[in-house]
Design a protein around this ligand. Structure first.
Ligand code: G6P
Length: 527
């Protein structure tokens, strides 16, 4: 990928409209999780660790192209200490010599507000809703604690973000372009707009946008506030056309004074127009290949050889209920039942990153995963002993080790991506890029990536354990020429539709929006 030079020169190879925009602007990236986390060492020293996740990777790439300021929430005690130190010193930003691409500014909510915002509303409520994860007769219960978390947590923290963003914008020497990320910040655009009517606001929603009927499970006050918040943006971006259309329907159903133009993908609301765009996120092939070729990854690759078998099935996921890990193992169990000839000849390697352990559903889900893996391993350990072989059908690797996961992607025969619903799923793209064995991808229709890669993968419906078992079998036994054909097309697609493209398509639309808005600004308001 190219880069921005601190002297203001922007990479000459960028598309013209994008280059022009970047030369004049400061990108203000706004996300809950920051690009770095601070931690205290045992002797009290402040050290940094890179933030994790797709949003950070994607927006770090954006920061490379322009003057960039990142506004994020202080999540650790050390983040808060660092923000406080910055405040005492009167410094506008945290500048980090190891991260020259951006300057950082923390939003510092009090811990209780943060808890309500993150652990009660954003993750268990919005994230679960947007992934259709509720067992609706039982959940969610929107009780007084939920409402309190909404008012004193979600609303409060979104206001704090808006204050921070407007302060950054006001102090900016160049034109600020505000890039808001994800479901934590649905209300912030409206709060920003109240203070700065002219700012260019762009919001990208990384997760699915469910059907408008499902949104009815949220009280109307909440869903209206969410729609109104998002409509304060100039552009709202989604991963797939289906999510974007769902958003238009949701707005139509909830805001009687909004005018939805389904042909132009625009909404007029309270005198402003919001455009809805589709930008499927992707990976940076150069970066992914570099990590996969690193010494660390090579060390893991060597070590992992011992876990391979004649056939290797792989999955790599955050340990989230939406990823459908348990059904994936049940399908594998079924595969072994239906095809006993595979006993002793196939290994399933699962790399899972634990996440959000403050939320009960996540802890329970990890327990369920461990239980099902234990059951399968115990069951087939006996079967293998009868045949006189030592064989463990599932190997579970729990922990956050990106180079190790990429190392494993090189040698799968089948990659299982059976998410129930997923915004995109970058694992499918990383696998397509790195795999060296013409491996087959078994891909859920519920993953955003399906819209792009589905035609070269084996399709599964996420609840269909039997169908998933069959797809695993088809993948393992697919003729070599067909595997090679599909693998080649998958790789070519990922190389062409990379992270740069995701970014530039958005910047291109922002530039267009900006040029359309400019004449309006020349008309001075009459006093
Ligand atoms: C998932 C979602 C992202 C989201 C992230 C937040 O990966 O797909 O859209 O931003 O979770 O994760 P965090 O660990 O920061 O709560």
């Amino acid at each position: 990928m190219g880069s921005y030079h601190r002297d203001g020169r922007v990479d000459a190879h960028l598309p013209h409209a994008v280059r022009d925009l970047l030369e004049r602007s400061t990108l203000v990236i706004v996300s809950n999780r920051g690009p770095v986390e601070f931690h205290h060492t045992s002797d009290g020293e402040l050290v940094t660790k890179r933030g994790t996740g797709g949003v950070i990777t994607a927006m770090s790439a954006a920061a490379r192209y322009a003057d960039a300021i990142w506004v994020a929430c202080a999540m650790t005690n050390a983040d808060r200490a660092c923000a406080e130190r910055m405040r005492q010193q009167g410094a506008p930003f945290i500048e980090l010599p190891d991260y020259p691409d951006f300057r950082l500014r923390f939003v510092v909510p009090d811990p209780e507000a943060y808890h309500g915002y993150y652990n009660r509303i954003a993750n268990p409520l919005l994230w679960f809703l947007q992934h259709y994860l509720w067992d609706t007769p039982r959940a969610p219960d929107v009780d007084h604690r939920t409402w309190q978390a909404w008012h004193d947590g979600y609303v409060v923290v979104n206001r704090l973000f808006a204050e921070e963003v407007t302060a950054v914008a006001a102090a900016s020497a160049r034109e600020p372009i505000i890039l808001l990320q994800d479901y934590h910040l649905y209300l912030a655009p409206a709060f920003i707009r109240e203070r700065c009517p002219d700012l260019l606001l762009h919001h990208f929603v990384h997760i699915p946008w469910p059907d408008q009927d499902y949104w009815r499970l949220l009280p109307s006050e909440m869903r209206r506030a969410i729609c109104e918040g998002l409509l304060a943006n100039d552009i709202v971006g989604f991963q797939t056309p289906r999510h974007a259309r769902s958003f238009l329907n949701t707005v139509d159903a909830n805001l009687s004074d909004a005018e939805v133009d389904y042909r132009r993908w625009e909404v007029s609301f309270r005198g402003r127009t919001t455009r809805v765009g589709v930008y499927p996120i992707s990976i940076d092939p150069e970066l992914v290949r570099a990590v996969a070729a690193s010494e660390d990854a090579r060390r893991h690759e060597e070590h992992l050889q011992a876990y391979r078998n004649e056939f290797t099935i792989l999955r790599v996921d955050r340990a989230e209920p939406s990823k459908n890990v348990v059904r994936g193992f049940l399908a594998y169990d079924r595969l072994l039942e239906a095809h006993p000839e595979l006993i002793g000849r196939v290994n399933f390697l699962a790399f899972l990153v634990p996440t959000r352990l403050e939320v009960a559903e996540y802890i329970n889900y990890l327990d369920e995963i461990n239980a099902v893996v234990g059951r399968i391993n115990a069951k087939y350990a006996n079967a293998a002993q009868v045949e006189g072989i030592h064989w463990q059908p599932v190997h579970l690797f729990v922990g956050d080790d990106y180079p190790r996961a990429l190392a494993a992607m090189k040698f799968y025969d089948v990659l299982l991506v059976n998410a129930i619903f997923d915004g995109m799923n970058l694992v499918a793209k990383e696998g397509a890029l790195l795999n060296e064995r013409d491996g087959v991808i078994v891909l859920s229709e519920g993953a955003g990536a399906y819209q792009q890669l589905g035609q070269w993968a084996l399709t599964v419906s996420p609840t269909d354990i039997e169908g998933t078992a069959e797809a695993l079998w088809r993948g393992l036994t697919m003729p070599a020429a067909e595997r090679a054909r599909r693998a080649e097309l998958l790789r070519a697609h990922v190389l062409e539709h990379d992270l740069r493209r995701w970014l530039f398509d958005q910047l291109h639309d922002i530039a267009k929006r900006r040029s359309e808005r400019q004449p309006q600004r020349l008309i001075a308001p009459s006093s």
